[in-house]
Ligand binder design. Structure first.
Ligand SMILES: C[S@@+](CC[C@H](N)C(=O)[O-])C[C@H]1O[C@@H](n2cnc3c(N)ncnc32)[C@H](O)[C@@H]1O
Length: 379
């Protein structure tokens, strides 16, 4: 179960990450700057921005953690400079555009955490045209991995768990990006950078890159390791590279290949990666060539292939589908119509209970259903 106290304990205890952000913010934020702390969590980046001289910080948080931030901001005497805003940045307006945007949402392979969707929107509406970004660039890198335990996670589905044929899951399992903490002896090659993303620019809907990797030792190729490096400021970077001595505490990705392949030292693999960054979908293509120049194996995988959609839901995406409201849809519509600024929550609950007596077992159930709509859809 997700626990935000534990998550932020881990984030703030990552001394390498925190020190790098502290240095970068001191270098990039100038006295008088207006700053956006996008996904503020504990508010730490906004607090550091104030320490660097920011005149105003907009600290935006989509989670309930925003209440914790408000207390932290008050306890540190920054209420006059930090404005805490609750909600998804895409739904919020700011009274002014900002000079600097700070964020740390890079997942194992740099993309993730809704980062690129949020940034594209922020460029359109919240940032000044030449706003400085922390991080400013993210490089995505890939290498060859020998990871029997990662491979076992895929093979598991082919091995009749509890005596049942679950091999249908194997096709999905081969297309999953697994979060793994690698150690250097699990790597078969040096990494190669496949993509460099400039966060000062809006991201394209689809992007791709390639690299050729050479096995540095004999071994069994089970898949790829994938990680990121982010430039926070000139000469200040963070990375979750399995090779870095100064890596931050964040897992990398293991991207499996369809069949394990025995490699000789000097065998090479042409890697092609394609990304839909806002959808957080990755495609990886691997073509392995022996030292004699002959093609050994070629595979194509994509996390899209492990995204299961029930056929019932697929039906509903067809353009000719004629939607009709479900029972809970009817309740939602009625609730929204009653939210016209003239009724209290108590009156709305009462009215919904009268109109839909068969939908609920108790008044508390009505209140819970109404609150779900009201919290999300009203202001
Ligand atoms: C990985 S935490 C980082 C917290 C903090 N900035 C730090 O570096 O310690 C990311 C936080 O961003 C929030 N978040 C992500 N995208 C957001 C968005 N578009 N609008 C508001 N909050 C967002 C998440 O709820 C989460 O609390």
């Amino acid at each position: 179960m997700y626990n935000f106290v534990e998550t932020h304990f881990i984030l703030l205890n990552d001394a390498v990450r925190v020190a790098a952000y502290e240095r970068a913010i001191a270098a990039i934020v100038k006295p008088g700057d207006v700053v956006l702390d996008l996904g503020t969590g504990t508010g730490v980046m906004g607090l550091l921005a104030c320490r660097a001289g920011a005149s105003r910080v907009y600290s935006i948080e989509a989670g309930g953690m925003v209440e914790g931030v408000r207390n932290i901001v008050r306890a540190n005497g920054f209420e006059d400079r930090i404005v805490c805003l609750y909600g998804d940045s895409k739904d919020l307006e700011l009274p002014e555009r900002v000079d600097v945007a700070i964020t740390d949402q890079a997942g194992p392979f740099g993309i993730g955490g809704r980062l690129f969707g949020s940034l594209n929107d922020a460029h359109r509406r919240l940032l000044k045209p030449r706003a400085r970004m922390i991080p400013s660039h993210i490089d995505l890198s890939i290498g060859l991995a020998e990871l029997p335990q990662g491979w076992a996670t895929v093979k598991f589905w082919d091995e009749r768990p509890l005596g049942f044929d679950m091999s249908a899951m194997c096709a999905l399992a081969r297309n999953v990006a697994y979060e793994v903490k690698f150690s250097p002896e699990q790597l078969l090659s040096a990494p190669g950078c496949v993509l460099s993303l400039d966060l000062a620019a809006r991201s394209e809907p689809a992007m791709g890159g390639s690299t050729t990797l050479v096995a540095g030792r004999p071994g069994t190729l089970h898949g790829l390791f994938a990680f990121f490096s982010a430039e926070l400021a000139p000469a200040v970077s963070i990375s979750n590279s399995p090779l870095g001595r100064d890596s931050i505490n964040r897992r990398a990705w293991f991207l499996p290949v369809e069949r394990a392949i025995a490699l000789e030292a000097g065998d090479s693999a042409a890697i092609m990666v394609q990304l839909l960054p806002t959808e957080e979908i990755v495609m990886w293509q691997v073509a392995v060539t022996g030292v004699d120049g002959a093609l050994k194996e070629e595979f194509t995988h994509s996390t899209f292939k492990s995204t299961l959609v029930a056929r019932e839901d697929l039906q509903k995406m067809r353009p000719e589908y004629m939607p009709r409201l479900s029972a809970s849809g009817e309740v939602e519509r009625a609730t929204l119509e009653l939210c016209d600024g003239t009724r209290s929550l108590r009156q709305i609950v009462q009215e919904i209970h009268i109109r839909f007596p068969k939908n609920f077992r108790s008044r508390d159930e009505v209140a819970a259903a109404v609150s779900r709509v009201v919290v999300k859809k009203t202001h």
